[in-house]
Design a protein around this ligand. Structure first.
Ligand SMILES: Cc1cc2nc3c(=O)[nH]c(=O)nc-3n(C[C@H](O)[C@H](O)[C@H](O)COP(=O)(O)OP(=O)(O)OC[C@H]3O[C@@H](n4cnc5c(N)ncnc54)[C@H](O)[C@@H]3O)c2cc1C
Length: 403
């Protein structure tokens, strides 16, 4: 929610900057950063308030405080003890701090969501979705950005062709990318931080940045819970040991959401919460099925995917046919001059079922839902050819790609 509020402000700014192209009077798209932050706070507090009201409407009692186990059956919150029949751990995740000298000088994603003043220059450590989402926001508001990652390319978890669309857009906004690098240290004083890293050829680089943001991943936030007292086992990676029904090694304790360490996405957290509730309610354990969960990187343009990638299909020994088309001749893209988008659909060679979809382009976060539904319902290429899109809209791209 907070990040989407910033993303929206950036999206509108980019649109205003381009308005002249569509025949509108040019304007300077000036901005008031504290007002942008105020809108972000308003949006996130409104949403949080709605959630609390929904909980209260269902008869739930909300107790504010930090919970920890006293024994396998008892949870204590600020001196008050509870001994419920079932306990669901839904404590979320926290940023992972990489073992880099001086990492304490770097910000976390929580800090970046509330920078009171925009930095002049920002170096982001990490090339994942959090890095590229913040890059799209801050670059749009004029921050000089450098992204340094250890992987061979940014957004390794996405199809390379899809990721490349956003990387070149961000480069056009002035973002500098360094891949295959190893951070060697951060030093200096707040406001003037010296960052040192070595590149793929072993050459050393040093540069000064107003802020450094560590965005290299998140891990379950379970340190406060005293899971040893609970008899809940944790593995060497710091993940709670769970079975396929999200039961821990304590039969009374379940886990859901980021704390479970699976796909760290809001809808997945809610879905896992519901399946755990259903398991508890019915006494019959239910297994969550996350094979067709759509995900989106809210960068520029949006990047979305669902189901298998070429790589995961190959690893599973599944032969796939790839249907791909770019947005060049799509009417909606021509009207908006957003013609650098791309869609790739993966069909099983054996039975022509849709098994994966990857999109870079405007509204990708909405388009991907139809394809998730397609995978869930066993759609084939013929189904997608027969299902026409609305003209002129971005959803026509699905039908175009299927042909
Ligand atoms: C920068 C960023 C951008 C993201 N963007 C997206 C996105 O676009 N789409 C998407 O789907 N997901 C996104 N995510 C991921 C998403 O935020 C999480 O997957 C989701 O919030 C997980 O929900 P949860 O309920 O498991 O945990 P959380 O939402 O983190 O909630 C955990 C709660 O538990 C509380 N808590 C922790 N420990 C204790 C304790 N000991 N006692 C009591 N309370 C405790 C915390 O205070 C918190 O209120 C993003 C995450 C980040 C960091």
């Amino acid at each position: 929610m907070p990040k989407k509020a910033l993303y929206n402000a950036a999206r509108y700014r980019r649109a205003i900057v381009r308005a002249e192209q569509f025949g509108l009077e040019p304007c300077d798209a000036g901005f008031d950063w504290p007002a942008v932050l105020a809108w972000k706070w308003h949006a996130q507090e409104t949403y949080a308030g709605d959630q609390e009201a929904i909980l209260a409407g269902h008869g739930a009692t909300l107790v504010r405080g930090t919970a920890r186990f006293i024994s396998p059956d008892i949870v204590e919150v600020d001196g008050t003890r509870f001994e419920p029949d079932h306990i669901v751990l839904a404590t979320g995740s926290e940023p992972f701090a990489p073992p880099i000298p001086g990492i304490g000088l770097a910000d976390t994603s929580n800090d970046a969501l509330g920078y009171p003043v925009l930095p002049d220059s920002l170096l982001i450590i990490g090339g994942g979705f959090i890095a590229l989402e913040f890059a799209a926001v801050f670059a749009t508001f004029g921050v000089r950005l450098t992204i340094v990652s250890s992987g061979p390319r940014p957004l390794e978890m996405l199809d390379p062709d899809i990721a490349a669309v956003a990387v070149s857009r961000l480069q056009a906004l002035g973002v500098e990318f360094w891949s295959d690098c190893r951070m060697t240290g951060i030093s200096g004083d707040p406001g003037s931080l010296k960052v040192a890293f070595t590149d793929a050829d072993g050459a050393t680089h040093e540069s000064i940045h107003e802020r450094v943001l560590a965005a290299i991943g998140r891990r379950p936030a379970i340190a406060d819970l005293d899971l040893e007292a609970a008899g809940v086992e944790v593995d060497g990676r710091g993940h709670i040991v769970v079975d396929r029904f999200l039961r821990t090694t304590n039969p009374r304790v379940w886990v859901a959401g980021d704390a479970a360490g699976g796909m760290m996405q809001t809808p997945v957290a809610a879905y896992e919460g519901r399946t755990v509730a259903e398991s508890i309610d019915t006494g019959q354990p239910v297994e969550p099925d996350c094979r067709a969960v759509p995900t989106t990187v809210f960068t520029t343009p949006q990047l979305a995917q669902v189901g298998m990638s070429e790589q995961s299909a190959a690893e599973a020994g599944l032969k796939v046919r790839i249907a791909r088309t770019d947005f060049s001749y799509l009417a909606a893209a021509v009207v908006e001059d957003e013609r650098d988008g791309l869609i790739k659909l993966l069909f099983s060679e054996e039975d022509n079922h849709l098994v994966g979809a990857h999109i870079a382009g405007p509204t990708a976060s909405d388009l991907i839902y139809a394809l998730a539904l397609g995978i869930e319902l066993g759609a084939t290429d013929v189904d997608l050819k027969r299902t026409l899109g609305v003209h002129p809209s971005y959803n026509e791209i699905i039908n175009h790609a299927a042909w």
